[in-house]
Design a protein around this ligand. Structure first.
Ligand code: ATP
Length: 439
């Protein structure tokens, strides 16, 4: 099995990701996130929020609608430009995104391909009961436009001064021609986007600053720097709004691929929305009297791609077992996620199914639940239970054994070092709090 197959198997087995509508045969490139997947997703989002919003008092959060006034997409250039070149095989009728195939023939059956035609990748729907062109609206293909159209609302209500940012996490929709590689390319996905407004002459400086901050964010999540790189867009590749763009790429098992784009969008968006709406979206500095349209630096990251990259980065297999308790009949899986991303922070395990040990374990479990996502597990041998926690990256396993009855202590096992320490029950919370160091 290759790494991606192993990850697909782990995520299904342990309830991170399910094929969507599976009982009806599944829906192409559509996935549901199960209990552990939701926790991991939330933890990635929280870490992004902490580093981009909370630790930046000049960055304001927003949560805008998915369906916006259709004029937004006319002004932003999406109606005209958010298209892919689609080619179709004349023989097997499969359709491809032109820039994803290297050949002039069909990659499946070598048939002749049609000339490319433009395919708009925004999903369409209708507002209200009448399905006429006057009611046509779109599901947003990026969260950014909701931010631009609220630029004035935010800076005026928050009395913001340049430089400042507006950040949003939310679903985006793209009717991609080709999908694949598990959750890498989806038609419905979540973006974490920041629009950071700056004086035009400071745009290059802030572009470099955000490049650095965003790369550091990945390193803090335990990515090996050798598996990440910046890739600058060539002039021909730049989007219609962009003055400069770099992608942060991750070395996936199938090659280097984008997980985040960082763009200097210039003043394109605020200018075009000013023009189309008639609303003046320039910034007036009340202290200096200066009035201008700021430039915007945009780091835009895809949640599911980062989720997948994290699993690729932190998945380890030990064919001969990593612990004394290993059965060695099967490889042991270990997910080395940093503690703040781990879906479960601790597991409470009575050594055996003994009424006294179960009672103590349950009490500890209930107490810890007030602070963290914790699980209780009494099923199977202790070795097997450790392995179940290792494969989902649970940082600490707390074992209640017969010595606990004498010394009121539990054994706490660290997932990375596998070292074990005896800790008094009233000290457990303190002990864990000290281990959970914020980065
Ligand atoms: P690609 O070239 O791979 O199609 P893009 O350049 O169109 O991506 P952006 O418009 O820069 O992507 O979007 C920002 C981020 O949103 C991307 O870096 C990626 O992480 C995420 N993203 C974009 N399209 C998808 C998709 N179809 N499925 C999952 N994530 C996506």
């Amino acid at each position: 099995m290759n790494l991606i197959d192993k990850i697909v198997s782990l995520t299904k087995r342990r309830g991170f990701v399910f094929v969507s509508s599976e009982i009806y045969g599944g829906l192409q490139a559509s996935y549901d996130f199960g209990p552990l997947g939701v926790e991991l997703k939330n933890n990635i989002k929280s870490f992004w929020w902490k580093k981009v919003v909370t630790e930046h008092p000049e960055v304001y959060p927003i949560d805008t609608a998915i369906i916006l006034h259709p004029k937004v997409w006319e002004a932003s250039g999406h109606l005209a430009n958010f298209t892919d070149d689609l080619v179709e095989c004349k023989k097997c009728h499969q359709r491809f995104k032109k820039d994803e195939i290297n050949d002039t023939r069909c990659p499946v059956c070598s048939g002749e391909l049609t000339p490319p035609r433009k395919f708009r990748t925004m999903f369409e729907t209708y507002l209200g009961p009448v399905q006429g062109s006057e009611n046509l609206v779109y599901l947003r293909p990026e969260t950014a436009q909701g931010i631009f159209i609220n630029f004035k609302n935010v800076y005026q209500t928050q009395r913001a001064r340049i430089p400042f940012g507006i950040a949003q996490i939310g679903k985006s929709f793209r009717n991609e021609i080709t999908v694949g590689n598990f959750i890498f390319r989806l038609r419905e996905f979540e973006q974490m986007e920041l629009e950071y407004f700056v004086k035009p002459e400071q745009a290059d400086e802030f572009f470099e600053k955000w490049k650095k901050e965003r790369m550091d964010w990945y390193i803090k999540m335990g990515f090996d720097s050798k598996h990440l790189r910046f890739r600058e867009h060539s002039h021909e590749e730049l989007a219609h709004y962009s003055k400069a763009t770099v992608d942060i790429e991750y070395k996936f098992p199938w090659g280097w691929k984008e997980i985040e784009g960082i763009a200097n969008r210039g003043d394109f968006d605020l200018k075009t929305h000013s023009k189309f709406s008639g609303e003046d979206l320039s910034f007036l500095d009340s202290q200096t009297g200066e009035k201008y349209i700021p430039y915007v630096i945009e780091p835009s990251a895809g949640l599911e791609r980062i989720f997948l990259a994290l699993l690729c980065e932190h998945y380890h297999e030990f064919p001969k077992g990593r612990s004394k308790q290993s059965s060695k009949s099967q490889p042991e899986v270990f997910l080395s996620l940093p503690w703040f991303l781990s879906p479960v922070k601790a597991a409470v395990l009575p050594l055996v199914k003994d009424a006294k040990l179960i009672k103590i374990s349950q009490d500890i479990f209930k107490d810890l639940l007030k602070c963290w996502v914790v699980v209780y597990d009494e099923k199977g041998s202790i070795g097997r239970r450790y392995r179940r926690q290792d494969e989902i990256g649970t940082p600490y396993c707390l074992t209640v054994d017969f010595d606990t009855l004498k010394d009121n202590s539990v054994t706490i096992r660290d997932y990375k070092t596998m070292e074990q320490e005896r800790v008094k029950i009233p000290e457990i919370k303190n002990y864990l709090e000290k281990k959970f160091i914020l980065v």
